[in-house]
Write a protein that binds this ligand. Structure first.
Ligand code: ADP
Length: 553
């Protein structure tokens, strides 16, 4: 930051004995000289201002009256004197509030009391402008540094997420495959514990990534029309079992004021609901958990208010003030009886804010808790597809699907191979994008499942080359099968020419679902590709896939 030293002009001072006539000559000879200090033995004793002095001596009577008098006669004996090193902002504020006269007359700058030079309003103004420019530059640099740090943090998170998901795909996949084999009861129980632990680990990773994205303001709301009663029933249906296992009943109530159809982001709303109801069940040993919904606000800017009550352990007033902060729990870490990361409520708070609402709690220790949140929504009409009895999926592909898989991780290769065998697909596995291109050029495949990070040629380049290859190969649907699961990754891969996307770790049912979806939606691709090869079987493959998915739960 600038200080007085940056605005001072070191103009030679005048002595107390010099006459007004001599000082007048100095001003006349130098038009830029605004003021002169009167200095005695290095110490300033007054200030003569160009304006005052020239007015006095230019006057008809002034000149003969003052010309021979010492300059002390016309000087200001009490000018503003400031020390070098004073901050520009402090000086500007002081002059404006206490000594505005110094703006017109100028001021004297000293160092340890000894004369250094003269300061003027113009100098101060220029220094202020330079200071503002400097500050601006510093802000721009600070923002650039923060952006670079943020982007490094995001890259790190994306990399960590990828690195954790890849082996987790192996863990979850192997559990799933083991569960399908003959096992003793105790082995099955142990396996179920491993499955729960891996699920919990994935939940933590997802929570951390979610929180980071939300905190950075990267929330895109997916506003669609939904039947909120159905949504509440489905969420309660999924959680009722864990409540009833503890002997806790889970009740839902939707006020008649809530219309049948509302426009809001159901995924984000569900996320908050799952967290609040999940917490209510977790922290309640007996009694009940109830969820109620009502509509508030005017038409056009309605607010859906959701209340989750429980008869659980309650929360102290002190803890209520901090549980919506990240990584915070009511119990201290050492006293903890319940698991969790302390991120759920922080995520719920950011989500409600993103949806234009608020979240809060009222609770008494030992008496239970009441969590409430609001989201902005709009009354909507029944969507077309539902009105028509539901959109029918396109007819499925005919015949047995033959899939090509490009995946470099050996464990994941084994898992996908086992999954595809389980689903009854013919498949061929290669280890990189280059091999995938080569074999896709020689043989006909109905679909390609493509990992992204691979040696030799990555999945994105391989997909691009396939699309550019022309002929039937260019039309084969390619599904990105990747551990890159940050916000926007799905959209990015679809934009880059992939037909669909599945994040690792995935389950057998999820793999079956994506294959079924692509096979059903991209039927034209496959039909064209197959027309070059063999006649189509009449069997509706989508139906078989649907059946399979249903069997797999
Ligand atoms: P987590 O549940 O993963 O610890 P949350 O952010 O969802 O993280 O909750 C933070 C803390 O708030 C919990 O650890 C718990 O101490 C307290 N809490 C949340 N909901 C309830 C509830 N219904 N009853 C009692 N305490 C609760």
């Amino acid at each position: 930051m600038l200080d007085i030293g940056d605005l001072v002009s070191s103009i030679a001072p005048v002595r107390p004995g010099q006459t007004c006539g001599e000082v007048y000559e100095i001003f006349s000879a130098d038009e830029s000289c605004f003021a002169l200090a009167v200095v005695d033995a290095g110490v300033p004793i007054g200030l003569v201002n160009r304006h005052d002095m020239t007015l006095m001596l230019a006057d008809r009577f002034g000149r003969p009256l003052y010309e021979r008098k010492p300059v002390t006669h016309l000087m200001d004996p009490d000018p503003l004197i400031v020390e070098m090193g004073e901050d520009i902002d402090v000086l500007s504020n002081m002059i404006v509030s206490d000594r505005p006269g110094a703006l017109l007359k100028g001021f004297i700058v000293v160092e340890n009391g000894a004369y250094v030079g003269i300061g003027t309003a113009l100098g101060l103004l220029q220094a202020n402008v330079r200071q503002a420019a400097l500050r601006n530059e510093q802000l721009v640099r600070a923002r650039e540094r923060a952006e670079a740090a943020n982007s490094a943090k995001n890259d790190f998170l994306a990399m960590m997420s990828h690195e954790i998901r890849t082996p987790m795909n192996g863990v979850i996949g192997m559990i799933e495959l083991l569960e399908r084999t003959e096992l003793r009861d105790d082995q099955r129980r142990k396996l179920s514990l491993i499955r729960q632990s891996s699920g919990a680990l994935i939940d933590i990773i997802n929570d951390i990534l979610d929180y980071t994205r939300l905190e950075a303001g990267c929330v895109e709301l997916d506003l669609r029309t939904h039947d909120v009663r159905r949504l509440i029933d489905s969420v309660a249906g999924l959680l009722r079992h864990s409540a009833e296992e503890k002997g806790v009943s889970l009740l839902t109530e939707v006020d008649p004021s809530v219309p049948a159809w509302l426009e809001f982001d159901d995924g984000r709303y569900r996320q908050i609901l799952f967290n609040l109801i999940g917490n209510a069940i977790k922290f309640t040993e007996e009694g009940m958990v109830s969820v109620s919904l009502e509509l508030a606000g005017e038409q056009g800017s309605e607010e859906l208010r959701t209340v989750v009550r429980d008869t659980g352990i309650g929360i102290s007033k002190e803890a209520q003030g901090r549980i919506f902060d990240r990584f915070t729990q009511a119990d201290s870490f050492t006293q903890r009886r319940f698991g969790g990361t302390g991120l759920g409520l922080a995520i719920s708070r950011l989500l409600t804010e993103a949806m234009g609402g608020e979240i809060g709690v009222s609770s008494e220790p030992g008496e239970g808790s009441l969590f409430w949140f609001t989201i902005r929504c709009r009354t909507a009409h029944r969507p077309q597809s539902v009105a028509g009895g539901g959109a029918q999926p396109e007819a499925g592909t005919a015949g047995q699907l033959k899939l090509l898989v490009a995946e470099d991780n050996e464990v994941n290769q084994r898992i996908i191979a086992a999954y595809l065998s389980e689903l009854g697909y013919i498949h061929h596995i290669v280890s990189d994008g280059k091999q995938a291109l080569d074999i896709a050029g020689q043989q006909r495949f109905d679909m390609i499942l493509m990992d992204i990070h691979m040696p030799e040629m990555d999945g994105v380049s391989a997909a691009k080359h396939l699309r550019e290859a022309g002929g039937a190969t260019a039309k084969v649907p390619v599904v990105a099968l990747t551990a890159n699961a940050m916000a926007g990754d799905r959209e990015r891969y679809i934009e880059q020419g992939f037909s669909d996307y599945l994040a690792k770790p995935f389950t057998l049912a999820e793999l079956a679902e994506v294959i079924a979806r692509v096979a059903a939606c991209k039927v034209s691709f496959v039909e064209t590709a197959m027309a070059d090869a063999e006649p189509a079987d009449t069997e509706d493959h989508a139906e078989i896939l649907d059946e399979l998915i249903e069997n797999l739960g």
